[in-house]
Ligand binder design. Structure first.
Ligand SMILES: Cc1cc2nc3c(=O)[nH]c(=O)nc-3n(C[C@H](O)[C@H](O)[C@H](O)COP(=O)(O)OP(=O)(O)OC[C@H]3O[C@@H](n4cnc5c(N)ncnc54)[C@H](O)[C@@H]3O)c2cc1C
Length: 395
């Protein structure tokens, strides 16, 4: 799809391209292209964030007063697309795109002054403590106990599936501060230091052999009341606000990069001669075009000052399912090479030779890891419930 850019937008795109050409080192590009897990590890994403921060581009969606570049929605879209095309490593969303908007919306002046510059520079690395062993889609049932104790709360219980808790020095979390009444009305939103005594992080190794999620245990963890975001028992309001930021931001540009890679693999493996394979590839391409159209529709709504409504749920389901479709085709194209365990060869700087062609290295771990995309950030079934209610009026 060709998008009409104004002369100013074309000039901006060229400026971004020139910056990416100059600033993306081969190591950073390789990290961006090799990543198979949900998020890029901070050893790659933080150096890139520092480069972007020096240019004033680390947080495209932040207001200027907090250090954002003051871009239009279209400029943000162009920037995101150009980063994906150039193979830049993605930045972790937990700080920049999740807790930061919540701090801007609900934080005290002291909290804003302390946390926001540290998020922007990458000095603080955040993880998200929402889900618990018994509470995922039904998040309001969460049980991590926050007991008031003088100027502090004492936390007891656990969080699970906490992405990058092993790297994070900060967590934003939801805790239960009232047990009677409506579950949503007894939750408090807290910001905590992961080095606080009583916090234990235990790894969960995924099917692909990666360590990116964890279970985090809390045993009498003392959190100052000054670290509360919003009012006591009103954390649900903050949590819902933050989830809007977690769900938005699908990217057809990233999917197009994956499609181009799939085409290269399919050509190298002589799969393009197979009409059935070509048809499924074409179906995936059509799905990605439709996603791009929807993204532009959302962009026009935002530019006109309107809320895009259920479109973020549409983009989440369509984007994750298109990605899974592309991953499936890549595994099929590389055939039996996909079954080889190549974890050691995939390590950055490893001198272990891959078994089979280079392009087979990532196919299976990408396929396995991306299964999670239709679960996290609100599962696709939950997104479909939202669309059924908001678009079809079903309850
Ligand atoms: C890789 C990965 C990273 C994650 N990172 C984080 C993180 O950093 N921080 C964090 O807090 N959480 C994280 N999560 C957790 C994630 O948010 C939850 O897994 C998700 O909300 C689903 O909850 P659940 O796993 O408890 O499944 P459940 O809620 O038990 O759901 C099980 C199944 O039932 C379906 N289902 C449930 N309710 C309904 C309904 N009402 N209607 C129709 N279908 C329904 C679901 O769609 C799903 O298919 C992560 C998860 C994954 C997989």
């Amino acid at each position: 799809m060709d998008i009409e850019l104004t002369p100013e937008e074309r000039a901006f795109r060229d400026e971004v391209r020139a910056f990416l050409d100059q600033s993306l080192t081969p190591e950073l590009r390789e990290a961006g292209q090799r990543v198979t897990s949900v998020f890029v590890e901070p050893r790659y994403s933080l150096p890139w964030q520092k480069i972007l921060h020096a240019r004033g581009w680390a947080a495209p969606s932040w207001p200027v007063e907090y250090g954002g570049p003051g871009w239009t929605d279209m400029q943000r879209y162009i920037f995101q697309s150009e980063c994906a095309r150039a193979g830049a490593p993605g930045l972790a969303p937990m700080g920049l795109r999740m807790v930061a908007p919540a701090i801007m919306g609900f934080g005290t002046p002291e909290q804003k002054a302390y946390y926001l510059p540290r998020i922007l520079s990458g000095e603080d690395y955040w993880c998200q403590g929402y889900s618990e062993p018994g509470s995922g889609s039904d998040l309001a049932s969460l049980q991590l106990r926050a007991t008031p104790d003088g100027d502090d709360y004492l936390l007891d219980g656990s969080k699970i599936w906490t992405t990058h808790a092993q790297f994070a020095n900060r967590m934003f979390c939801l805790a239960r501060s009232r047990f009677e009444g409506k579950p949503q009305a007894g939750i408090t939103f807290l910001l905590l230091d992961m080095k606080t005594p009583g916090v234990t992080v235990k790894p969960i190794i995924t099917l692909a052999g990666d360590h990116e999620v964890n279970q985090v245990f809390f045993d009498g963890v003392r959190v100052p009341k000054a670290n509360r975001l919003g009012a006591e028992n009103d954390g649900w309001t903050v949590a819902k606000y933050l989830l809007e930021f977690e769900r938005g931001g699908g990217s057809a540009a990233g999917l197009k990069v994956s499609l181009a890679r799939l085409r290269r693999i399919a050509a190298a493996e002589s799969r393009m001669e197979d009409a059935a394979f070509r048809r499924r590839l074409a179906e995936a391409e059509i799905a990605v075009e439709a996603i791009e159209m929807t993204e532009h529709r959302v962009m026009s709504e935002l530019s006109a000052g309107r809320n895009p409504g259920p479109a973020s749920s549409m983009l989440k389901t369509q984007g994750t399912e298109a990605m899974q479709r592309i991953d499936e085709l890549a595994v099929e194209a590389v055939g039996s090479w996909a079954a080889v365990d190549q974890r050691e060869a995939r390590e950055a700087g490893s001198n272990v030779e891959p078994v089979g062609p280079d392009h087979a290295l990532q196919a299976m771990p990408r396929y396995l890891n991306n299964r999670a995309a239709s679960i996290y950030g609100g599962s696709n079934e939950i997104q479909r419930n939202i669309m059924a209610a908001l678009v079809l009026g079903l309850r």
